[in-house]
Design a protein around this ligand. Structure first.
Ligand code: COA
Length: 338
């Protein structure tokens, strides 16, 4: 039995990411929607995003990112797999078992976590919990979404925002004082506000009510301005909570890696917290909002461009439909991103 002193915690041991090849630039959207590159850049910070297709959907992207994370961790096996996604390849079953099989791990526990844009933090908490409970020594946590499939291509408000992609980490059992040790993690939800960002059709309610849906009901409906306000205020609140629990001050934070929904949201959160702009990781300009893949993709890009360095104190923060939100901290480990 584990004693209090010997309790193992999840430690980040590998990081990988993958994007579908098709790049859609703002100019391409402006050719068919009543918008412009200038409007999208100014209001969101986004210049381009990747869009899946040609047979590439969530499972394929998750396998690509997962295999890279395994390579990064030099890991041959894992004991469990958590897939954070709100766009599984089929409504039923979950996609995680097919991802596990695709990676050669048929038989391990594998399940989806759906917390939309906070999905990766919820996935880290779930995968980390398997380790700290002693159920697993090594867990692959993947964030992957093909959210473009839920977006009305003719909606100028939502179409420019979202992109597709996948990122993954390997968590291993380790000590709380090691670089890469994860936590604390702070998570929340508010179902009263589910109507701010939701897809009306395609779920059980429609069948139960027997009400025929309009074609547009299969796409995301979003109240942008209300979402914007709640996103930055909840992210800042949760970040303060987690810093407090970790015993860190805002000045201790070397890198703020927030969910990449909109560059303005990230800078507003940073301003509210007092984190200087140069510490804010931003890759939303190149990938858009990739939902559950957002945080691992931002970590991967920051590590690759050298702005995230071994030993850095990292603050993670996310907000998404549900509503869901949360924050986490870790000290960045010495690893090679794949
Ligand atoms: N191009 C040009 N005009 C656009 C546009 C586009 N792509 N999208 C919206 N507009 C228009 C609106 O129709 C509105 O026009 P109106 O004043 O004539 O009604 C005007 O721009 C202002 O709209 P508003 O919604 O107030 O703009 P905004 O500055 O709030 O920016 C969002 C809109 C969607 C970019 C912003 O609200 C946002 O990012 N919200 C959060 C969304 C989000 O992050 N969702 C995921 C959360 S995880």
């Amino acid at each position: 039995m584990q004693t209090e002193q010997a309790r193992e915690v999840p430690v980040v041991a590998g990081l990988g990411s993958w994007l579908p090849p098709r790049v859609v630039r703002n100019e391409e959207l402006a050719q068919r929607l009543d918008t412009s590159d200038e409007w999208i850049r100014t209001r969101t910070g986004i210049a381009e995003r990747r869009i899946a297709g040609d047979g590439i959907a969530t499972i394929r992207m998750a396998i690509e990112a997962g295999s890279r994370a395994l390579r990064s961790a030099s890991a041959q096996t894992v004991d469990a797999l958590v897939l954070a996604t709100s766009t599984p390849d089929q409504l039923c079953p979950a996609s995680a078992p097919q991802v596990a099989t695709g990676l050669g791990f048929n038989g391990i526990p594998a399940f989806d976590v759906n917390a939309v844009c906070s999905g990766f933090l919820y996935g880290l908490a779930s995968g980390g919990g398997l380790i700290s409970s002693g159920m697993a020594q090594r867990v692959l946590v993947i964030g992957a979404d093909t959210f473009s499939t839920l977006i009305n291509p003719d909606d100028r408000t939502t179409m420019p925002i979202f992109g597709d992609g996948a990122g993954a980490v390997v968590l291993r059992a380790g000590r709380p004082d090691e670089l890469g040790a994860l936590g604390p993690i702070d998570l929340h939800s508010d179902g009263d506000q589910a109507g701010l960002l939701f897809v009306p059709a395609g779920g059980a309610q429609q069948r139960v009510d027997g009400v025929p849906m309009e074609a547009g009901d299969y796409f995301l409906a979003m109240k942008g301005a209300e979402t914007f306000y709640l996103a930055y205020s909840r992210m800042a609140e949760s970040a303060r909570t987690v810093l407090d629990r970790a015993g860190w001050t805002v000045a201790d934070v070397d890198r703020f890696v927030g969910h990449q929904a909109n560059a303005r949201i990230l800078y507003t959160v940073a301003k509210q917290l007092g984190v200087p702009e140069e510490k804010v990781a931003v890759n939303v300009d190149r990938v858009g909002n990739t939902v559950a893949a957002s945080i691992p993709l931002a970590l991967a890009d920051s590590a690759r461009d050298g702005t995230l360095r071994t030993g850095d104190r990292v603050l993670l923060s996310a907000f998404g439909a549900g509503l869901t939100w949360g924050a986490a901290v870790l000290r960045w480990p010495d690893l090679r991103v794949c």
